[in-house]
Design a protein around this ligand. Structure first.
Ligand SMILES: [Zn+2]
Length: 378
């Protein structure tokens, strides 16, 4: 198998998993946060900076790369690793989620999805076979099955039909996947917020022997307690010896709560997207550095952080750069936010190792959110 998961231990206090993900491009300690590099770049960061902050795996988006520059260009470049000069692990999504959330005039049939490019209006088509063809050309270490992610809220009948289609589409993906020896295909469990549909989907998807499984269709607008509940229904039905990936989740609280519920891998655009708007995550909670109150604050962004940004620059300087639309400001806040989440995961792994993740959670939430209440914003 292209990717192998090694379970090292579970936390005696929380049940969380400590593990390692062995990929053709290096080994990654789990639980892990994967920065998102939509267009084969984590916006404003160089691969050297990502390595320096300790990132071993990043994500790229199939839909965006299919539209631009096109998967054939990436194939000719020798695949994503060589195209973007990143020699560590990469995961690509299937394009399904973006087709549903970004494109215009989409039409879903059993065959696949017809849609118009959100850039050019050009009519395009993605199906399980096409998604595999594109992801095989991109060449990531981990590729995702083409699924249908129902919105929230959605009618039960619709969720049921789309969840069943996701299973049929997974079987077509397995058949069409042309690089099984060096690319690991993960299946995606759907089922919306309905317990029986989630459980049925978990049984169906994990009945297909794959190197890993993901939980999709969460963090799509539902309350956080509902997401945690859906995780509690789902992860006990997933095999212990395979990695579990919760798609599109990256707020500090969910990164900890997800691990407590048995998840190993996470990705989200949140830290990089809010950074470019001047919002940062710090050990004292959220700091909106563009606010006027930081105009003469010459202290570091986060006094407890030892990242490049916090070691060298003040809140006042960051505010000035962001207010002036200076690219360097976006780079500094992005660097810090990614570093913060990667460090958070490191602390989570240490707490699992020492069987004290629940204690860590309470202390971290108290410091970050000023409370241990279960529902928070980032
Ligand atoms: Zn920092």
């Amino acid at each position: 198998m292209a990717v192998r998961y090694e379970l090292i231990k579970t936390c005696r206090q929380s049940g969380a998993r400590l593990g390692r993900l062995h990929t053709p491009h290096g080994t990654v300690d789990t639980p892990v946060f994967m920065p998102v590099g939509t267009l084969a770049t984590v916006k404003t960061m160089s691969p050297e900076e990502l390595k320096e902050m300790g990132s071993g795996i990043i994500l790229a988006n199939t839909y965006h790369l299919f539209l631009r520059p096109g998967h054939e260009v990436v194939r000719e470049a020798g695949g994503l690793h060589s195209f973007m000069n990143w020699d560590r692990a990469i995961l690509t999504d299937s394009g399904g989620f973006q087709v549903f959330s970004l494109s215009d005039l989409r039409k879903i049939t059993e065959e696949g999805v017809s849609f118009r490019s959100h850039l050019s209006g050009e009519p395009l088509f993605l199906s399980p076979e096409k998604s595999m063809e594109v992801q095989n050309a991109l060449g990531a270490d981990i590729i995702m099955a083409f699924d249908e992610c129902p919105p929230y809220p959605a009618e039960r009948d619709y969720v049921k039909a789309s969840t069943e289609r996701t299973y049929r589409w997974l079987k077509r993906c397995v058949k069409a996947h042309g690089r099984k020896e060096d690319q690991a295909l993960f299946g995606i469990i759907q089922g919306g917020m309905h317990r029986d549909l989630r459980e049925e989907s978990a049984r169906q998807i994990t009945s297909v022997d794959l190197p890993g499984y993901a939980i999709g269709g969460l963090s799509v607008g539902e309350p956080k307690e509902m997401m945690y509940e859906a995780l509690e229904w789902t992860t006990p039905l997933m095999p212990e010896d395979k990695p579990r990936y919760l798609m599109g989740v990256g707020s500090p609280d969910a990164l900890v709560e997800g691990v407590i519920r048995g998840v190993d891998m996470f990705d989200c655009v949140l830290p990089t997207r809010i950074a470019r708007n001047g919002t940062t995550m710090t050990s004292q909670g959220r700091v909106v550095v563009r606010n006027a109150k930081y105009a003469r604050d010459f202290s570091p962004l986060d006094p407890e952080c030892d990242c490049y940004t916090c070691r060298n620059y003040s809140r006042a300087y960051l505010r000035h750069l962001i207010k002036s639309d200076e690219t360097f400001g976006l780079r500094l806040t992005t660097y810090h936010n990614l570093y913060f989440l990667l460090k958070l995961k490191e602390q989570v792994r240490r707490a699992i190792k020492e069987d004290r993740l629940l204690d860590f959670r309470d202390r971290f939430f108290e410091q970050y959110y000023g409370s241990t209440e279960p529902t928070r914003n980032f």
